[in-house]
Design a protein around this ligand. Structure first.
Ligand SMILES: [Zn+2]
Ligand SMILES: [Zn+2]
Length: 391
């Protein structure tokens, strides 16, 4: 159980971190503070992993045969957002804001470290705390895994947390299977032949080709996959042309394709490619598509999920365990869940009555801090259960 002091601690830590938001791979001050807290709790600390990542290792009591190891993951990075004024613990870094709640994740994991370290002699295993950079950009999880953080001690399972203003404070969602989407960005360039707007037959108009490509891409999403499978394609930017009386040389479309299922991911990428190339060729143009493969889908393990659900039910009550609707957001917790059995859970943090329900990434994002001791306690209880042989 968290004490009154632990509860005050997690909120104070979150407010301190909130004032110092740093972008991906620039989390120097945050990492320094994380390392300081972990050392104060008596953990072995490694810094500078994959740039600014920090790992704290908590080894349980002596003489534990076949001890297991749980990994608890938190992300530390903030976003390039100018925070809306109004809170006493507001961002001190102009144009930077903890607008996704990663300050809360870091504070919860640090508090879990402190509580678990307090009872380390009775702890029948080890805990690795991984504080990663750059979840919002290119990802710190994969390079930290490549740096060997799952090997010494050898990690057997992983838990990650995300605050969710899509759920009310007190609710928790931990469910099996795919939980975040694979995200594939693309840049599609259509090469035509520029010329005079009044003589289109002497040119190849790439913007006219783009007019056909857009609807065709959206049509793929209803004709090339099962209606039961979640996936989304969005073209978020189109750039081309300089004036109304000039046919452009090229046009560029930027977008993202998000899927859960790896086979569907491969299939849709291939069909997007074939469709844009085919349409461009039929119009005497040429299409080029560059994919920027981001995170794969995060897939939760049923046994670790069941364990987390039991821990969460003890903290918030069985009736507060809810299903979160399918989300096509991405998260590099995916790499931890691919390497070991894992559970990425959502901790409800919205409180509409107090006006704390702005969406993540918005300048007004904030959450009900009662979510923080709930999340920290679930981490502690789930870890103790796992190390005690459950799950
Ligand atoms: Zn985010
Ligand atoms: Zn986030």
């Amino acid at each position: 159980m968290l004490t009154r002091e632990d509860r005050d601690h997690v909120i104070a830590l979150r407010r301190e971190l909130h004032q110092c938001p740093e972008l991906g791979f620039q989390e120097h001050e945050t990492a320094r503070r994380v390392a300081e807290e972990l050392r104060a709790a008596g953990l072995d600390v490694r810094e500078g992993i994959a740039g600014t990542g920090v790992v704290g290792v908590l080894r349980g009591g002596e003489g534990v045969a076949s001890a297991r190891t749980m990994l608890i993951r938190a992300d530390m990075d903030a976003l390039p957002v100018q925070e809306a004024d109004g809170r006493p613990y507001g961002s001190r870094n102009a144009g930077r804001m903890h607008a996704c709640g990663h300050d809360g994740h870091t504070a919860m994991a640090l508090t879990a470290a402190r509580v678990l370290a307090g009872g380390r002699n009775a702890l029948p295993g080890n805990v690795v705390f991984a504080f990663q950079p750059a979840e919002e950009t290119t990802g710190g999880a994969e390079p930290m895994i490549r740096a060997g953080i799952l090997n010494e001690p050898k990690v057997d399972a992983a838990i990650g947390i995300h605050l969710a203003n899509t759920l009310r404070v007190g609710q928790v969602a931990a469910q099996s299977g795919p939980i975040t989407a694979a995200c594939d960005g693309f840049v599609l360039t259509i090469h035509g032949k520029g010329g005079h707007a009044a003589r289109p037959h002497l040119s190849v108009d790439p913007i006219a080709v783009a007019f056909l490509v857009g609807p065709a891409l959206h049509l793929l999403m209803t004709r090339e996959k099962s209606p039961a499978q979640p996936a989304v394609l969005t073209v978020g930017a189109i750039h081309g042309g300089t004036a109304g009386n000039i046919i452009a040389d090229t046009v560029e479309l930027r977008g993202t394709l998000r899927t859960y299922d790896p086979d569907l991911r491969r299939h849709l990428k291939q069909r997007v490619q074939e469709t844009v190339e085919g349409i461009a060729a039929s119009m005497r143009a040429r299409a080029e598509i560059e994919w920027d493969e981001s995170y794969p889908s995060t897939v939760n393990d049923p046994a670790v999920v069941a364990l987390v659900q039991r821990a969460a039910a003890e903290v918030v009550g069985q009736d507060q365990l809810v299903e979160h609707e399918a989300s096509l957001g991405g998260d590099d917790m995916a790499y931890f869940c691919a390497a070991v059995p894992g559970c990425y859970m959502r901790i409800g943090s919205a409180n509409p009555a107090q006006g704390l329900d702005a969406p993540h990434h918005s300048p007004r994002f904030d959450f009900d801090e009662d979510a923080l001791p709930i999340g920290a306690e679930i981490l502690v209880r789930a870890t103790r259960k796992f190390l005690g042989g459950e799950g």
